[in-house]
Design a protein around this ligand. Structure first.
Ligand code: ADP
Ligand code: 5GP
Length: 198
């Protein structure tokens, strides 16, 4: 699970890593905001209207959902679980409220918080992206501080200063997660180290 204040570069980071690693999948969220230039429906988000989103909330289709910057965002439960069942490591982008909700259901997930190097850099990236009007940028900067305050909710923090370095760090977190001792199959240890002893 990857969260970041808007503009820190989480989308760029995730895209870079997904391009490098065919063994990873991206969980596409549902969103009620309008697509930005270049965004593709079904790839970046599934874009739906509020009515459709509320219908899905009532049907229990979301593992979590939240209102962020005035729009609704949600994680489709079935798609996420299918990817996990198929054995993929899944990268999922959610805000701080979503991460808090997911912790209760997907305790085994790793929670990564991406920070910009500074508030000045964040402001520059948000304006430089050129996708949002000035009023939206201002609101996102204000909210960024509230989100940064929640960093302790996460397992890892990556400062996205140099993109290449940050992508490598995100990859390291995922690779390290795969090596956790609780995921080791005791039958494999038995078979490979102790059976010959008998
Ligand atoms: P988020 O998904 O967190 O809202 P984006 O990935 O859209 O952020 O990045 C916001 C802007 O910052 C984009 O214009 C992106 O090209 C730029 N950006 C991302 N990472 C870096 C970086 N390490 N250095 C400089 N600019 C970056
Ligand atoms: P953006 O509109 O910039 O793509 O995303 C705005 C915010 O929505 C980001 O903080 C992003 O992490 C969050 N977000 C994206 N998808 C989801 C989701 O499925 N659930 C939640 N809770 N937040 C999401």
């Amino acid at each position: 699970m990857v969260s970041a204040p808007s503009g820190a570069g989480k989308t760029t980071l995730c895209r870079e890593l997904l391009a490098r690693r065919p063994d990873l999948r991206f969980a596409v969220s549902y969103a009620t905001r309008k697509p930005r230039a270049g965004e593709v429906d079904g790839v970046d988000y599934v874009f739906v209207d509020e009515e459709e989103f509320q219908r899905m909330v009532e049907a229990g289709d979301f593992a979590e959902w939240a209102r962020v910057h005035g729009n609704l965002y949600g994680t489709p439960r079935r798609a996420l679980e299918e990817m996990l069942r198929a054995g993929y490591d899944v990268i999922h982008d959610i805000d701080v409220q979503g991460a808090r909700q997911m912790r209760d259901f997907y305790g085994e997930a790793v929670y990564v918080f991406v920070l910009p190097p500074s508030m000045e850099a964040l402001a520059e990236r948000l304006s430089g992206r050129g996708t949002d009007p000035e009023s939206v940028v201002r609101e996102r900067l204000r909210r960024a501080l509230e989100e940064v305050r929640e960093y302790a909710l996460y397992d890892y923090v990556i400062v996205n200063d140099v993109l290449e370095k940050a992508v490598g760090e995100l990859e390291s977190v995922i690779l390290a997660r795969r090596l956790r001792v609780e995921d080791l199959d005791p039958a494999w240890v038995e078979e490979n180290f102790f059976r010959q002893e008998e």
